[in-house]
Design a protein around this ligand. Structure first.
Ligand code: C2E
Ligand code: CA
Ligand code: CA
Length: 246
């Protein structure tokens, strides 16, 4: 019924606060319950037979949005979350490839975020699909990094572009020396492995400053913007563009 809509949250460069991309976060515009966040329904979808169809719907809408923005002079990468179960969708890569061709969207403007958690299918399968996606030219991220059981194995075996450091490490980064130690070591590791780092859930200027000083590349969080409906994010992007060209 097209009741799922995408909201978009900016990803910014810590050094200059420039928006370098957005993450698409799904919402359910429920006719009776109102606007529902993914925590209310993602688990149910992931355990249902609709998980492939759902992700394809999100990908389709993200790629169409990319095209719409390109047509109005905004060239901005969109990240889409996929569920580990989607790695079993044997036509996923050709589905994405066909959409990119059809909508004439450069593959480098689409990013796939895969969460690193205990339920993840085996690493060989992930590697296989990621290799195909990489060949297409789409960007890859490991989401919620540090929350799963095999983070170091993933960072070693998967050829991803971005590592998204889970919010649980960011919350107390200013006050908790242990969180600071974990993050700063992780940043060193990512730099050595040539991966860009994104801090998730940055809410205060103190966290942002700390992360900048530790050498983190990018950030996402309420400090910059909540996830916004398309009209609002587009306004924000246009305003930024105007300011930058001044
Ligand atoms: P995620 O991928 O880790 O997305 C980040 C979540 O953190 C989003 O919640 C976002 O609104 C929230 N967030 C961002 N900045 C802040 C902050 O500064 N403070 C706090 N407290 N939270 C912040 P949201 O939109 O409720 O999404 C929850 C999860 O649902 C996502 O976590 C993702 O795993 C999943 N999800 C969302 N959209 C999709 C989708 O299209 N497909 C799939 N498979 N999963 C999705
Ligand atoms: Ca994500
Ligand atoms: Ca995340």
């Amino acid at each position: 019924k097209k009741q799922f809509v995408l909201y978009f949250q900016p990803k910014v460069q810590l050094l200059d606060n420039n928006i370098i991309g957005v993450e698409a976060l799904v919402r359910w515009l429920h006719p009776v319950e109102g606007l529902l966040g993914p925590n209310m329904f993602i688990d149910i979808i992931e355990q249902s037979m609709f998980v492939h169809e759902f992700t394809r719907y999100v990908l389709l809408n993200a790629i169409i949005q990319c095209r719409t923005w390109l047509d109005s002079g905004i060239e901005l990468p969109i990240a889409v979350n996929i569920s580990p179960y989607n790695l079993m969708d044997s036509d996923l890569v050709s589905f994405i490839s066909d959409l990119l061709v059809h909508y004439k969207v450069p593959a480098s403007l689409i990013e796939i975020e895969l969460t690193e958690n205990a339920s993840m299918v085996n690493i060989e399968k992930t590697q296989e699909v990621f290799t195909q996606l990489k060949k297409l030219g789409v960007k890859l991220s490991i989401d919620d990094f540090g929350t799963g059981m095999s983070s170091l194995s993933y960072i070693k075996h998967l050829d991803v572009d971005y590592i998204k450091i889970d919010r649980s490490f960011i919350i107390d980064v200013v006050t908790d020396k242990k969180d600071e130690a974990v993050i700063s070591s992780l940043l060193v590791l990512c730099k050595k492995l040539n991966k860009l780092t994104i801090a998730e859930g940055v809410e205060t200027i103190e966290q942002a400053n700390k992360l900048t000083n530790l050498g983190c590349d990018l950030a996402q969080g309420y400090l910059y913007s909540k996830p916004l409906p398309v009209e609002e994010i587009t306004k924000l992007l246009i305003a930024r563009k105007r300011n930058n060209s001044r």
